[in-house]
Design a protein around this ligand. Sequence first.
Ligand code: ADP
Ligand code: TYD
Length: 203
Amino acid sequence: MKGKFITFEGIDGAGKSTHVDWLAERLRACGLTVHVTREPGGTALGEKLRELLLNRNMHLETETLLMFAARREHLAQVIEPALERGEWVVCDRFSDATYAYQGGGRGLERNKLRQLEHWVHGHLQPDLTLLFDLPLEVARERIALASRSLDRFEQERADFHERVRQAYLERASACPERICLIDGNDSLENIRKRLEKTLVTIC
Ligand code: ADP
Ligand code: TYD
């Protein structure tokens, strides 16, 4: 039997990274083999591309193509082999992020994104996507509190992040069977309870 593919999505500061490892541990406690990974990144080449994507200015189409190039490598080296072995993959961001950031945030035509998505993983979609949603101001406050240096995307203006948030919400409305909306502004305890309940639906 194939393993399951779970992705985490949301604007920067929504709380994805806080829950990724916790969710993986919950799954391991059920006896599953679980890989935790992220995008852009997840392979040696992908991490090099991440370094460029997060720090170097480039044309929007170059940015989009590099996101999908890193994704192709990630699928080939990590995600698809693990799923074939019956193992689970928990990934911090995937193609919904490209629709939200390059599509919603930067305004790239959705048709181009659909073509790339079809080319790179037309045969594969996540089994479950956990979309952490919360008001932009709350996410920004959290990032400010963490007082770390900001990458190229985090440095974007508020209206960019608002468009990213709206694009995510549109995708959640379009794919309600795959994308599960999580209130990222709730307490950690309540979010964990919600994740536990959601897991029951795919375990
Ligand atoms: P993301 O990976 O989505 O960018 P993080 O998981 O890194 O976000 O969380 C950003 C910050 O917000 C971290 O400092 C984290 O401790 C804090 N945080 C995450 N979830 C919550 C929550 N539900 N309530 C309060 N603070 C949170
Ligand atoms: P992330 O790993 O969430 O950042 P952090 O380590 O700060 O939590 O993601 C890095 C950035 O890459 C994030 O701002 C969103 C952006 N991104 C895109 O613009 N398009 C994509 O397809 C992906 C996967 C990420």
